[in-house]
Design a protein around this ligand. Structure first.
Ligand code: PLP
Length: 379
């Protein structure tokens, strides 16, 4: 049987990872500034994480959600404290798309409405709100049936306000920082006005923090820069450092009832163990502070590079936009300098390194980056 061929692949087989470094099957070392699409938060194969997961593997891999699972309780308590959302409830799932689907379901149950507002260049996984408009306006993922989704320009509060006035929208879904669509940070005033409009019209505000959450922005959640408190917050990616897990943080205004939501694998013992280890390490190693510090350093240095058109982002979620396609820059970084980076669209290099990135690794990336730019782009 062949694999269903939906991913363009680099011909590199990664077989090992330690901290911010990965190794291929020939033993070649790569600096990982991509973390497998923002998944690696605490670094590859952290010894504490490995020890906790190994112990859990030897004890119990899985039992169903029909019995008490104290790991779920431990995780929700620790996540509440770490994020500042102690009074919210946690529903555990397996991925970002599943977290967003459940958030949309909850919003629709709560309001009895079916319309959703999303934003251009947004990405919410392969969900009902999945359509992403790329920089050349190409729609890359189909809409599912069920919800009617309207797309507005990011930061266009007037259009959103007009639409919400009709009081037929169940949810506005927005990323803390747009990731796949080009690392765009919503304006704080826009988020504050959006939150107020949602409250005034009985619309549920869903903050998709799947990519921008878990410390990546230099705060636990990127929306915390704007000081708002959304109704639902979705998380995944960095939550398990590679072990699949996601969740919805749910405001006390939503009432739970048996059977309202459900999943077989969500909140399983291995996934909870991984997520608890991640929160323990983020706290002990002060990784959010590190993210803010190293992120600021990288952003300031990148802004000095004359060939760069714009640097966007917060913490260790950084987009570097050029006037021209970045394919060759990315390839040279990977094949000549042995550094993994990502892209958004055609002209943006996207950095999503582990949150434990050191200043010396950041500096060595900057040196390599300047050299590659110099050789690819003559200014
Ligand atoms: N939401 C955002 C903001 C994402 O960036 C992604 C994935 O890139 C998702 C949702 C979907 O997550 P998953 O691929 O785990 O379903």
């Amino acid at each position: 049987m062949n694999l269903f061929n939906v991913y363009p692949l680099f011909d590199i087989e990664i077989t090992k990872g330690i901290g911010c470094r990965t190794y291929d099957n020939q033993g070649i070392e790569y600096l990982d500034l991509y973390g497998g699409h923002a998944v690696i938060s605490i670094g590859h194969s952290h010894p504490y994480y490995v020890q906790k997961l190994t112990h859990q593997l030897e004890t119990l891999v899985f039992y169903s959600n029909s019995v008490v699972n104290k790991l779920q309780t431990e995780l929700s308590e620790k996540l509440g404290k770490a994020s500042g959302y102690d009074d919210y409830a946690l529903f555990l799932v397996n991925s970002g798309a599943e977290a967003n689907e459940n958030a949309l379901k909850l919003a629709s149950f709560h309001t009895g409405r079916k319309k959703v507002i999303s934003f251009k260049n947004s990405f919410h996984g392969r969900t009902s709100a999945a359509v992403r408009v790329t920089d050349n306006s190409k729609i890359v993922a189909p809409i599912n049936e069920g919800f009617e989704v309207d797309f507005f320009e990011l930061n266009d509060i007037d259009s959103v306000r007009k639409s919400l006035k009709k009081q037929d929208v169940c949810a506005v879904i927005i990323e803390g920082i747009q990731g796949v669509g080009g690392i765009r940070v919503p304006e704080a005033e826009f988020l504050q006005a959006l939150s107020a409009e949602c409250n005034a019209t009985g619309t549920v505000l869903i903050l998709d923090e799947v990519q921008s959450g878990y410390g990546r922005s230099g705060k636990f959640f990127a929306h915390q820069y704007a000081g708002i408190r959304p109704d639902l917050i979705t998380v995944a990616k960095g939550m398990g450092n590679g072990f699949p897990i996601g969740g919805v943080l749910i405001s006390p205004k939503f009432e739970a009832s048996f059977g309202l939501l459900g999943t077989t694998f969500g909140g399983n013992h291995m996934a909870c163990t991984a997520a608890i280890a991640v929160l323990d390490i983020i706290k002990v190693e002060r990784l959010i502070e590190n993210t803010e510090k190293i992120g600021n350093y990288l952003i300031e240095e990148l802004k000095q590079i004359p060939q760069v058109k714009e640097v966007r982002g917060l913490g260790l979620m950084i987009g570097i936009e050029f006037d021209q396609p970045v394919k060759e820059i990315r390839n040279r970084l990977l094949f000549e300098k042995k550094i993994f980076t990502g892209v958004s669209g055609t002209n943006i290099i996207r950095l999503l390194p582990p949150l434990c990135l050191s200043k010396s690794d950041a500096t060595s990336f900057l040196e390599s980056f300047r050299e590659v730019i110099q050789s690819v782009l003559v200014d």
